[in-house]
Design a protein around this ligand. Sequence first.
Ligand code: GTP
Ligand code: MG
Length: 324
Amino acid sequence: MLRKKKSTETTEPAEKKPGFLRRLRTRLNKGDSWLTTDVADLIPGGKIDDTTLEELETRLLLGDVGVDATEHIIDGLRERLKRSELNDLAALMNALRQGMIELISPTAIPLEIDTTQQPFVILMVGVNGAGKTTTIGKLANRFLDEGRSVMLAAADTFRAAAVEQLQVWGERNGVPVIAQHAGADPSAVVYDALVATRARDIDILIADTAGRLHTQSNLMEELKKIKRVLGKLDENAPQETLLVIDAGNGQNALAQARQFHEDVGLTGVCITKLDGSAKGGILLAIARELGVPIRFIGIGEQADDLAVFNAEQYVDALLELPVT
Ligand SMILES: Nc1nc2c(ncn2[C@@H]2O[C@H](COP(=O)(O)OP(=O)(O)OP(=O)(O)O)[C@@H](O)[C@H]2O)c(=O)[nH]1
Ligand SMILES: [Mg+2]
């Protein structure tokens, strides 16, 4: 089912639109980088030494980069310092940028829709309020722009109004939503939706699920069941299990990613609300510890506030480097 696009709509993905990087930069940390604000204070005597690196280490930790990733980055800088490669602030910032990019770029793997898999099923998971349903709306919008057909499955049968929320996104995008009554078994909804998607020859099925704390093992079992049920119809389904995390959750987002990955096996991560009060460094922690592909970033509530994750853009936004 292809949506007819209105003439005012553009097919340009968010990250390719003019000014996207500027928008990302000003939204991330509200334009005030936790890493580079008053960066000259790092070298009061004009000399880069262990104290400089210790201050930088503190800033990285405060920015949610996590102990492991921070140590990795600082160790790299310490090596360079020993080799006398960090003679001025510019060299330090450049080395920091390189270190961060090297750490995160192996996980900057965009989601490729394998067209031999039809439908391509995306299962959205994450804690309450992370942004799953909103991200589904944004994804549907993106896939339609790419000329693909989309169906949505309302498998959050737990929260009152969750189905309606998904239906609003469905209507906005002109895509069908498969739903059942409140309290229905989410596995049954997803099963029905996959059958319907096949019958209608639709390219992509995106399944919404209820928010759940990663520590609630009974609810994690429910997700495992959804995966098992999908697997009965198609052994490769879901082709993507996408964890949505809220950048504002800080270090807890790392704990969420760790547990969801252990329980349901993630194939991708999407981070939302990078436009909020978030410090944003959590992706470095996740990249370092889990290495799960980082697919998308959300920087607002509108349908086009979603971009494919780009390691260099992200690091430059964190560091507030000039837009090139
Ligand atoms: N600023 C901002 N707000 C966002 C973003 N993504 C989602 N939101 C908002 O976050 C709130 C929660 O989003 P939902 O999509 O309902 O989250 P959810 O994970 O589906 O929540 P549950 O179904 O309750 O688990 C909504 O008010 C969204 O508009 C984002 O990238 N930036
Ligand atoms: Mg939801």
